[in-house]
Design a protein around this ligand. Structure first.
Ligand code: NAG
Ligand code: NAG
Ligand code: NAG
Ligand code: NAG
Ligand code: NAG
Ligand code: NAG
Length: 260
């Protein structure tokens, strides 16, 4: 390093000597630069959410709900607000196709709107920030007061709970201030809409009216591969264990059906 400095210095000195106009140009160019040349406007960090949800994912189902409820405008408006930013949790299309019960099909327009708003928070959070949110749970979402989410950190994997739905952040789709978009494995079902006594497929014990076999393929794809961008030191084992335990449940369940 000490040797390089004089060489660099000499090299630039020679350059200046060889190009005397370089030194001259500064004095000549000086006065005109006082004229109010507006500094180039900082390129706005505009993230087109519609574009993002069309290209990544697939998140077409979630996007179509956002569009039909016009919540996409609320989110885009917030995404444009570079002060606060936005954090959105997007369920993949497979989360919608595997949702047997409850159905979203007969929710009212207002309920659908609240469900969509429930999937975002009016602030930009990095994955590291979620660790802090675990202490603040329940954290309010765009849905407002009744629509809180609980965060827990399991060895670096962030789990979300709506009370009815337990899911995890399975990958980061976009995370540049002011817009954070994270993929989740399941649709967040708010208790404020669905009550507290609905059986969801992630209940600890298999419910008799849910076919565990139908759940396995989607879990295998979402749980297995999409965690790859996260710290996977512990999750594959738990994911495959839960798949095994589902199979273990499925066998006696299938036999029961045969007997009946
Ligand atoms: C965002 O992307 C969508 C889909 O490509 C396009 O229709 C829309 O005009 C874009 N919005 C803005 C503000 O650029
Ligand atoms: C967000 O910003 C873009 C680019 O500045 C603009 O075209 C768009 O209309 C804005 N959308 C909303 C909902 O504010
Ligand atoms: C939703 O639809 C199902 C069957 O399609 C029906 O049993 C249920 O009562 C409906 N729920 C509401 C809230 O309308
Ligand atoms: C998270 O909490 C720690 C300790 O409480 C604090 O030092 C840090 O600034 C917090 N980070 C954010 C993003 O709030
Ligand atoms: C969130 O955590 C709080 C405190 O641990 C608990 O009282 C509440 O029931 C939880 N809410 C949900 C939606 O899980
Ligand atoms: C992944 O987790 C392990 C143990 O939980 C930890 O030692 C390692 O630093 C983590 N790696 C990253 C990239 O977070």
């Amino acid at each position: 390093m000490e040797l390089k400095f004089p060489i660099y210095f000499m090299a630039s000195a020679i350059l200046v000597l060889l190009h005397p106009k370089a030194g001259l140009a500064q004095t000549i160019a000086g006065p005109p630069s006082f004229s109010p040349t507006p500094a180039p406007a900082p390129a706005p960090d505009f993230v087109n959410l519609t574009d993002l949800f069309s290209v990544a994912g697939p998140f077409h189902t979630f996007l179509s709900y956002l569009q039909s409820t016009k919540v996409i405008d609320t989110f885009q408006n917030q995404a444009n607000d570079t002060e606060e930013g936005i954090t959105i949790f997007v369920p993949k299309d497979s989360a919608f196709s595997s949702l047997k019960k409850p159905s979203l099909s007969n929710l009212t327009e207002d309920q659908l709107r609240s469900l969509c708003l429930f999937h975002a928070m009016p602030h930009y959070y990095t994955l590291a920030d979620f660790k802090n949110l675990t202490d603040l749970s329940p954290v309010s979402t765009f849905g407002g007061g009744q629509y809180g989410l609980n965060f827990t950190d399991d060895k670096g994997t962030i789990h979300l709970s709506s009370g009815l739905t337990n899911t995890k952040v399975s990958s980061s789709v976009h995370s540049t201030d002011p817009v954070a978009v994270y993929q989740i494995d399941k649709i967040l079902l708010p208790e404020a809409i669905f009550g507290t006594d609905i059986l969801v497929s992630d209940a600890p014990a298999p419910a008799p009216d849910i076919t565990p076999v139908a759940d396995s393929p989607t879990d295998a794809t979402t749980g297995g591969h999409s965690t790859s961008s996260m710290n996977t030191s512990s999750s594959p084992r738990t994911a495959s264990w839960s798949q095994w335990s589902r199979l273990l449940w499925a066998v006696p369940y299938g036999m029961m059906m045969l007997v009946m």
